[in-house]
Design a protein around this ligand. Structure first.
Ligand code: PEP
Ligand code: MN
Length: 346
């Protein structure tokens, strides 16, 4: 207890079934995963948050008893579970669980996070905070801050993507800029990726895992089941221990100098010059907009003139075409510039 994420060994690998389903299933998966020294922590759900009633909701305390028995059998076995109520935390402590996580439906609720934090205060348990279901960076950071303020320091964040109605191939929308922003603001909190829940499909888990490591994530949480097709929850996204072994064998931890080779540096310097020019031009453009605003006001004209805006847009889209620029990209930029310009004129 107490030193799960405060380590320098990277990547941190957590693997295990979405849910504990029976004593036999648990024994089987733990036996297989414990053999692989790369797996530092075994995940298993014993309380399952289900979207609709009637599904398998986890086995609760009996599953914790089996975990405690296995922890006596295997030296250095470390296990983590999802907690969603203060009573879950008490039970995890009673059965010698090493780490817990807040699921995405829990971290979206500050009341619940507050209650769980109180239950965890002084417990020595390591805690992971999954991103909330909605893409709200501040809410995710807030959950971590609540734990830190309660004196809990063994913390990690887990990126599981964001629930969406339009899932374009993935179960959850990854919106990578959000975990990257969290890492920028909390560089000392290890950031893990959960490619199983992001993808929702076992075929995509390995490539997403590599992508996460390439984006400098500190580790992965992977769902792994002895027989995924028979799993009672998240059957399509779980992988077998053999597939997990293969995934980990092929995972490339790229260590490279952030500055990169000199030809890359030279090109980056050119980009920096161009970006500075763009900033100067934008500033000039906004100054002209302010003057236009004054004239419009003096002549009692509205700030937003749809016809003029259509002309500006059409002209720049034609320009974009002849310069081989992506039309949608230029449309998005022009919309942003135009709305800032209107703001300046107000
Ligand atoms: C889980 O880890 O099994 C789970 C329920 O995840 P999430 O909270 O990301 O939906
Ligand atoms: Mn799951």
């Amino acid at each position: 207890m107490g030193n799960i994420f405060n380590i320098s060994t990277k990547p941190i690998i957590i693997a295990g079934p979405c849910s504990v389903e029976s004593r036999e299933q648990l024994q089987k998966i733990v036996g297989m995963l414990h053999e692989d020294s790369r797996v530092g922590l075994i995940r298993c759900g014993v309380w399952k948050p289900r979207t609709r009633p009637g599904g398998f909701e986890g086995l609760g305390e009996p599953a914790l008893k089996w975990i405690a028995e296995l922890k006596k059998e295997y030296a250095n076995l470390r296990v983590c579970c999802e907690v969603a109520r203060p009573e879950h935390v008490e039970l995890c402590l009673q059965y010698d669980i090493d780490a817990v996580w807040f699921g995405s439906r829990t971290s979206v609720n500050p009341f619940l996070v507050g209650e769980l934090t109180e239950a965890l205060r002084g417990s020595g348990l390591a805690v992971m905070v999954k991103n909330p279901v909605t893409p709200d960076t501040a809410l995710w950071i807030g959950g971590i801050e609540r734990l830190q303020q309660a004196g809990i320091s063994d913390i990690a964040a887990i990126h599981r993507g964001f629930s969406t109605y339009n899932n374009f191939g993935y179960r959850n929308n990854p919106l990578w800029e959000i975990p990257i922003e969290l890492k920028r603001r909390m560089p000392d909190v290890p950031l893990l990726c959960d490619p199983s829940h992001i993808s929702g499909q076992r075929e995509l888990v390995a490539s997403l895992s590599q992508m996460a490591l390439d984006l400098r994530f500190d580790g992965l949480m992977l769902e792994c089941h002895p027989n995924p097709d028979e799993a009672l929850t998240d059957s399509q996204q779980q992988i077998t221990p053999m597939e997990l072994k293969l995934l980990l064998d092929n995972l490339k931890v790229r260590t490279y100098d952030e500055a990169g080779p000199s030809d890359l540096q030279r090109l980056r310097e050119q980009l920096d010059v161009i970006d500075s020019e763009i900033m100067k031009l934008l500033s000039q453009r906004m100054n002209i907009s302010k003057d236009i605003g004054l004239i419009k006001r003096a002549h009692n004209m509205p700030t937003f003139q749809p016809q003029r805006w259509q002309q500006v847009l059409d002209q720049q889209i034609r320009n974009a075409r002849s310069l081989n620029l992506n039309e949608q990209f230029i449309k998005d930029i022009m919309e942003k510039i135009h709305s800032e310009s209107l703001r300046q004129q107000e």
